[in-house]
Design a protein around this ligand. Structure first.
Ligand SMILES: Nc1ncnc2c1ncn2[C@@H]1O[C@H](COP(=O)(O)OS(=O)(=O)O)[C@@H](OP(=O)(O)O)[C@H]1O
Ligand SMILES: Nc1ncnc2c1ncn2[C@@H]1O[C@H](COP(=O)(O)OP(=O)(O)O)[C@@H](O)[C@H]1O
Length: 236
């Protein structure tokens, strides 16, 4: 482990262009949208849909997806509690840098431990960390209803076709049953107590990816994250 934290001869170097200038250039405010939820709850789907939605509105975002980062930056980490904590800490630090560039950084990780997510929140100025929790019930209910429909009304071949869009989800759940230490099966997931956004089913329906992204975009618009305003505070 690094001993950097204890060094006394390391000094902060100021950059000539600050966050305010960068935000003004981009006409948006840098923040972190942190998407948390169980495996298969739709985190990556929401992250991609949100990034696309923001792009069409002329807003620059960047996705930090847990799966992808585990191919590079975090390839030395596994799924034991300490590794997950270090995984989240590193992504929190990277997300903080991205937000400082003026980007809307979308971090999408299971991030099962509340204290780790809260530590990332604490790295940023107030309100720059927007936690969005995906409640998996909507998606699972959607799959359940599709399976039920397939078995009650269709020919066998058509039934099989119905399953094809969910092969990922089915394989994920199958894997989770044979792999020890899987979040939500035999490893804990601690839901946020007070997150900014909670996405769940409405009237038994799973929201479409576009609708999920819409909920986050509405939040950002309502709070003014999508547009830079000189008067809106120096620290944002
Ligand atoms: N033991 C165990 N528990 C949970 N998840 C596992 C595990 N082993 C592998 N995977 C796959 O890794 C993806 C989650 O990586 P994360 O970096 O988001 O996890 S964490 O935040 O550090 O808990 C996760 O991807 P998503 O399904 O996209 O969430 C899993 O496919
Ligand atoms: N809103 C949705 N409606 C229908 N299918 C979805 C929705 N969100 C995700 N899915 C599907 O569920 C599966 C898991 O989604 P994914 O985004 O990979 O979850 P996670 O990143 O949380 O593991 C994928 O096959 C994806 O296409």
């Amino acid at each position: 482990m690094s001993t950097m934290g204890n060094s006394t001869n390391i000094f902060w170097q100021e950059s000539p262009i600050g966050k305010l200038e960068r935000q003004k250039l981009l006409n948006q405010k840098g923040c972190v949208v942190w998407i948390t939820g169980l495996s298969g709850s739709g985190k990556s789907t929401l992250a991609c849909s949100l990034s696309r939605e923001l792009y069409t509105r002329g807003k620059l975002s960047y996705i930090l997806d847990g799966d992808n980062l585990r191919h590079g930056l975090n390839k030395d980490l596994g799924f034991k509690a300490d590794d997950r904590t270090e995984n989240i800490r590193r992504v929190g630090e990277v997300a903080k840098l991205f937000a400082d560039t003026g980007l809307i950084c979308i971090a999408s990780l299971i991030s099962p431990y509340r204290k780790d997510r809260d530590a990332c929140r604490a790295m940023l100025p107030d309100a720059n960390f927007i936690e969005a929790r995906l409640l998996e019930d909507g998606l699972h209910e959607h799959v359940r209803q599709e399976i039920q429909k397939a078995f009650t009304s269709l020919h066998v071949l058509e039934r099989l076709k119905i399953f094809s869009p969910y092969l990922d989800l089915i394989s994920l759940h199958s894997r989770s049953y044979i792999q020890p230490g899987f979040t939500g099966i035999d490893d804990p997931y601690e839901p946020p107590l007070n997150c900014e956004i909670e996405i769940q089913q409405k009237d038994g329906d799973c929201p479409t990816p576009g609708a999920m992204a819409g909920e986050v975009v509405s939040y950002l618009e309502e709070k003014g994250w999508d547009v830079y305003q000189q008067a809106s505070g120096s620290n944002m």
